[in-house]
Structure formats: structure tokens, C-alpha cells
Design a protein around this ligand. Structure first.
Ligand SMILES: Cc1ncc(COP(=O)(O)O)c(C=O)c1O
Length: 193
């Protein structure tokens, strides 16, 4: 498996992958996915799965999902994207070539701090069925209230666009006052919008 580099990947994900790899359940290479040489070297090991976290926590680094997905297909690797930060309101990885999308539903998807949970979305029917089987056998499941709380996302686009506006306004203020930007912006076209 190729994952984002250790300092550029949610700590819990990084620790979980490291632990499982130490138990020899799989091998994992933590790679700066914006470093073409490092990622090419990792692809030469023919990974089964590439895990992308974009934007990343904590550094808000962005990687090109389409480009990595294109390269992954050439070696038969599947691509999973942790989309917790942008949420489906702002980024839809399956349309960019991902096979799986992962969400911490605790965060933006729920948005009301009253649910703890996660979700895996599969692009292919077969993967979704496999995932369902794993869920039935091995996982904790949402309570009906937790499921409702995570699906109750009618206000998601509104919450996200308000946050986006706030970020954009902060950026304009730092520009006007010539403050050295201390804000990490997860989209390169942010200033143009
Ligand atoms: C990118 C990302 N993925 C996963 C998680 C894990 O979420 P949870 O706290 O719901 O387990 C977090 C938490 O901050 C995160 O930032």
C-alpha cells in the first residue's frame, strides 16, 4: 500500500497502518505523493492500494487525485481517498477515478457534533457488497439515531459555502493589509474565486 507521508497524514490513520504493517498484515510505504520520484519508486513495488488524503491533516497539502488514479490503474492498484476535509459538497473523488472514498462522518458530514462514525463509499457494486459483508460480520454499526444524524446533511452545502466565504474573506484581508499569509489554503485557485 502507498499512503501519504507520515507527517502529512491523519495521525490515527498513520498509526493504524504502521501497526498493521508491523503485524505483517501488509506492507505500507509512506510517500510524499507530490514527489514524482518518490511516488514512482513506490509504484514500482506494484501496490494493491493507494491511500490519498487530500487535503491532508494537518498540513492541508493537496494532491492530484486524477493523476494518481491514472498511474495506479497502470499497475492494477485501487485508489482510496480520505475525503473527510472537503466532504462531498466540495470534492467527489469517484468522479476523479477513485475506487473508494472514506469519510469521518463525525466531522463535516454530520456537522452537529452529535455523531461519531465513519463511512466507506465504493465505486463498484461488487466492492460495496464485499464491504457490506465485512460490516455485518466485523464492524460496529451506527445506531438508527447515528445513521440519521450522518445522513441528515441537507445543510452541508450551506455550511461549506459559508466556511469557504469566510476563508476567502480572511485571505482578502491578509492581502489588503500585506500580512504575510499564515493561512494554508487547500485549493490553488482559491484567490481567483
Ligand atoms: C482526514 C481525517 N481522516 C480521518 C479522521 C478520523 O476521524 P474520527 O475522529 O471520526 O475517527 C480525521 C480526524 O481528524 C481526519 O482529519
Amino acid at each position: 500500500m502507498i499512503s501519504s507521508s507520515r507527517h502529512n497524514c491523519y495521525g490515527g490513520t498513520c498509526r493504524l497502518l504502521g501497526l498493521r504493517a508491523a503485524r505483517r498484515q501488509f506492507e505500507v510505504a509512506f510517500v510524499d505523493q507530490n514527489d514524482p520520484i518518490a511516488i514512482e519508486a513506490a509504484f514500482e513495488r506494484i501496490p494493491a492500494l493507494v491511500l490519498i488524503e487530500t487535503p491532508s491533516n494537518p498540513l492541508m497539502r493537496v494532491v492530484d487525485i486524477s493523476e494518481i488514479a491514472r498511474r495506479a490503474k497502470t499497475v492494477g492498484a485501487e485508489v482510496a481517498v480520505d475525503n473527510t476535509f472537503l466532504s462531498p459538497a466540495l470534492q467527489q473523488p469517484i468522479t476523479l477515478g477513485a475506487d473508494f472514498v472514506i469519510h469521518s462522518t463525525t466531522k463535516y458530514l454530520n456537522g452537529h457534533s452529535d455523531v461519531i462514525g465513519g463511512a466507506v463509499v465504493a465505486a463498484k457494486e461488487k466492492d460495496a457488497e464485499d464491504q457490506q459483508r465485512v460490516d455485518y460480520d466485523d464492524s460496529e454499526r451506527f445506531s438508527p439515531a447515528g445513521r440519521g444524524g450522518s445522513e441528515e446533511s441537507d445543510d452541508l452545502p450551506c455550511r461549506r459555502s459559508t466556511e469557504w466565504d469566510g476563508g476567502r474573506r480572511s485571505m482578502m484581508i491578509t492581502d489588503q493589509h500585506h500580512v504575510p499569509p499564515q493561512i494554508t489554503v487547500p485549493c490553488s485557485d482559491f484567490r481567483d474565486k
